[in-house]
Design a protein around this ligand. Structure first.
Ligand code: DP6
Length: 360
């Protein structure tokens, strides 16, 4: 499949207007996407757990214009309020995807969006937000071409979401999602994410992710700046190779249910992501002292309790604490007793692996 597969033939139906709505979840990468080429092509493959509680709901109302506009015509509301400062991001997104959705300048859109998590939680909403918008736009396209089937619908929604924000392409389906060409994963693509096609041991079903909000501030480094740091990075080639190897190994780990090796790969990926940021130019330290405190506590508790709690990090200071369903009581007690003190205003979000976006 190439990107031209997503350019539609002329639509056979027309529609004066309507309203569509989707709720799309966030996701947490186990093998990280860090580094990209032109047109949102990832420098290495990645894999994630789709989340459940952290999500964006978007309502898209569309009204046919008298004639095709020169510019994109839309209003944007975030949590009920008009949001001018989000508009440039939407314009950039629409510009990138216009070729694949030629109806974009024929309608006026009202985009109403809200997140399930607090705005100032330091949790990026670009993955769930772009996934929800991509899905809404696909629902519009489906009204113009009812022949689109479920598989293509999800594939193109993922393809569009990727053009909005790379990791968003992993937020369409659940529960384990892979994105980026990998030689051993049939059907894998740089253009869109797929449902992980291999066996997953039941121990990974219902995995928990408690997100500890260590720093609720704005991101210190935007993802665009962050990904660009991987150009001319002294360790980038080795890092990209390592991501491929980790994905190969995860196939065995997922099949066998090998939690010990899972932990090594996942924590190693999180620390490598931060190591890449510490060794780029300019360099950044995105962890906070409390991030390290939490990591130390997790390691100590894991050893003492013989549980399989582990952590992963995004490009920030917050910590995602991952653990299996059968250990949830003891681990959650530990989180409340020993980790919550390191969170800003003691805030955390209880999330778990989820099954993908829902049409409302
Ligand atoms: C560290 O998807 O936010 O979360 O494509 O520039 O929008 P853009 O980047 P983005 O990068 C996410 C990076 C990460 C790792 C991951 O989710 O794989």
């Amino acid at each position: 499949m190439t990107h031209t597969s997503f350019v539609p033939s002329p639509y056979l139906h027309s529609k004066n207007g309507g309203k569509v709505s989707w709720k799309a979840p966030s996701n947490i990468a186990l093998v990280k996407y860090w580094g990209k080429k032109e047109n949102q092509i990832p420098a290495n493959p990645s894999i994630s757990f789709t989340l459940d509680a952290c999500a964006t709901t978007t309502i898209l109302t569309f009204t046919k214009l008298q004639k095709k506009n020169k510019e994109f015509s839309f209003d944007l509301f975030f949590e009920g309020k008009s949001k001018e400062d989000f508009k440039p991001k939407i314009i950039a997104f629409f510009t990138r995807i216009e070729k694949y959705l030629p109806f974009l300048k024929e309608y006026h859109f009202k985009i109403e969006t809200e997140n399930s998590f607090p705005h100032s939680s330091g949790i990026a909403s670009s993955a769930s937000g772009m996934a929800a918008l991509g899905l809404c736009l696909m629902s519009v396209e489906k009204e113009l071409n009812p022949e689109i089937d479920g598989i293509f619908f999800n594939q193109k929604a993922s393809f569009l979401a990727r053009l909005g924000s790379g990791s968003a392409c992993r937020s369409i389906e659940g529960d384990v999602i892979q994105w980026g060409r990998h030689k051993e994963i049939e059907g894998s693509s740089d253009l869109h994410a797929i449902k992980y096609p291999f066996k997953i041991h039941p121990i990974f079903k219902n995995f928990h992710d408690t997100i500890l909000l260590v720093d609720k501030g704005q991101k210190q480094v935007s993802s665009t700046v962050g990904h660009n740091l991987m150009h001319n990075h002294p360790f980038s080639e080795e890092r990209f190779k390592q991501a491929h190897l980790n994905l190969s190994e995860l196939q065995v780990v997922f099949t066998e249910g090998n939690l010990d090796r899972f932990i090594e790969i996942v924590e190693g990926e999180a620390l490598t992501l931060h190591a890449m940021m510490m060794t780029s130019l300019p360099y950044f330290i995105l962890m906070k002292p409390n991030t390290l405190k939490i990591i130390e506590k997790i390691w100590k508790f894991r050893k003492a309790s013989s549980t399989h709690v582990c952590f992963t990090l995004d490009a920030g200071a917050n910590v995602h604490v991952l653990y299996p369903e059968n250990e949830k009581d003891v681990v959650f007690q530990f989180i409340k007793d020993e980790l919550v003190v390191y969170c800003q205003e003691q805030q955390y979000i209880c999330d778990r692996i989820g099954f993908g976006a829902k049409k409302l």
